[in-house]
Design a protein around this ligand. Sequence first.
Ligand code: ADP
Ligand code: SF4
Length: 711
Amino acid sequence: MPREPRYDILFEPVPIGPVTTRNRFYQVPHCNGMGHVYPRGEARQRGLKAEGGWGVVSTQEVEIHPSSEWSPYIEGRLWDDGDARRLALMADAVHAHGSLAAIEITHNGHASGNLYSRLPAMGVSAMMIDGYEPAQAYAMDKRDIANVRRWHRKAALRARDIGFDIVYVYAGHDLALPFHFISRRRNRRTDQYGGSLENRVRFVRELLQDTQEAVGDKCAVALRFAVDELAGEDGIRAAHEGREVVEMLAELPDLWDVNLSDWSNDSMSARFAGEGFQEPYTAFVKRVTGKPVVGVGRFTSPDAMVSQITRGVLDLIGAARPSIADPFLPAKIESGRLEDIRECIGCNICVSGDMTGRPIRCTQNPTMGEEHRRDWHPEKIAPAAQPSAILIVGGGPAGLEAAMSLGRRGHRVTLAEAGPELGGRVLCESRLPGLATWKRVVDYRIAQLHKLPAVQTFTHSRLDAGQIPQFARELGAAHIVVATGAEWERSGIGRTHRAPVGADGSVRVISPDQVMADSNPNRNPNGGDNETAPAARGRVVIYDDDHYYMASVIAEKLAAAPEVDSVAVVTPAADVAAWTHNTLEQAHIERRLHGLGVTLIEKHRLARVSEGRLELRHTGSRCARAIAADTLVMVTARRPLDALYWQLDAGPGPVSEALAAAGVQSLARIGDCLAPATIAAAVYEGHRFAREFGEAANPDAGPFKREYVEV
Ligand code: ADP
Ligand code: SF4
């Protein structure tokens, strides 16, 4: 299908200094946890973005010298010619599809711990380094400044020589040294690099001039600059110094890449910001400079993109997360296949890869991070050598993804779901405050299933072990996949308690499933522990031993419930929703809960429930305290709903005798009913099952290609 003419503007070429991008789709620098450790993975992933139509594809941060080194986080590295050879793989992969390759070289000053290189950190001023490492940075003297300029220049030359088309000067977050120079909060210098804004901008200006002079004849020089830190008077503000910096340097770079700092503001999750949320801060830039401007805002809608351009907000549509969720987003707009776009849900699971020092993953796109090592293409999947008939029980993210991907491989699939709608946990969680975009996980897959005539879905179809042999025989299904999900524990069993917490029945104890029951169209499909749904009321305490988002969204929901008098969250961790540090949400969550009047009690474990009170113990001192409660919501472990699997597995053979008699050859369980985890993990497991189904594999061999260090 041809693209709709109203999107033509997105496919116009745009000159950027001495180079020209073929369209306006610009994958801005984003971390992927591959970089210098997995250079082939890096190259393949970025190459696929180019194949998917991104006119510019950027690296992540690329360290230019061991004096600014980011271990254990995995970023790019360009210290020497060996690094250059590895990075060249990426530039080549991007060029192979006619796109421009951009590189974000950086020195991060006192933001780097140098844990691997063990060099002392240096910074714009003497100060403690970021994070909790017991170390301080020394203030850079003139020789240090000259050194960083020389290393930056050398890195730019190496980048040019291996084919990069756009070279960055990076002042886009509070972790980049050039940004530290600009920041009044960081820069306490009294020489010509400190004091007035003109002085504080000097270092950035010099880096821009150095880079222009070194590579500007061949490469475009981009400046990534955070125009606002959302930190009030303490920080850079778009209406004040942010604007003045852009005015001072207006025509110096070939491209302005503008954003918000810090990263948790720049990559706000959908819970805290919608599509295009940066526009109020960045819109002024185009009025100040004649150079092209790229900006981000989790753009997934082509109409929103067109609007950015026609209203003169941006020239180029920047994207990190939308390009992760769908590397082929531009190609799909170009070919008029809008319904095929896998829209980013704004969950920030992708960010958690980098934050925890491992390769990237994505909730919507299970192939993300697997492009090289498993050879998974986001849009292609090998047809089955031998098509089979498969029955999948359970239509949550695992079952849906398996059905879709098995169907694409040419298998005949029947998906049976107990509830009235497909979607499993995603369906009810997406009705919690701030999580509406998560429904895209279901919507995308249902739309794709409609295109697969060999996949049929049944709702209102709760199957039990007695019915399945007969059903399988009728369908001719030789393979059964159980994807029946999990339910939340109510006993208190979780990380802190490996046995139930003692409770005398004086406080109503409920689970998240029960809190969600009013918005759950698949109410009680499993007939498990959470069958009835008593409402939370009175004084509510939420016990967060899960540490991800659930306790905090339940707190938000209940804080607005009329029958609830007060809400408190108790957690054994140092922070409520502690794991959401990895999705950049923790501080936002804490602020929101404070705003709603929710009491937070950290570092306390629940010892006992008795006489209408919760007895708590401090995790360190073990001091006791108690709080009165009418309702206790246990957000702890989840229990796999795997009874069906075990009933079907009964007996000595690979499947029960009844199944074998019905012609069933194999039985598998996937997703939460095997090992409860994130929605991303359930999608991934559904996908992996589909890719591996029917393929001969040596179970004792490694699961994927590894990138060995040369010895
Ligand atoms: P996952 O994340 O592994 O996909 P979910 O809990 O999201 O797990 O989804 C599991 C789905 O399986 C739910 O929609 C549930 O209604 C459905 N289900 C559970 N038991 C049965 C059953 N016996 N027959 C059909 N569907 C079932
Ligand atoms: Fe978007 Fe979530 Fe995928 Fe990140 S992990 S790209 S936020 S869907």
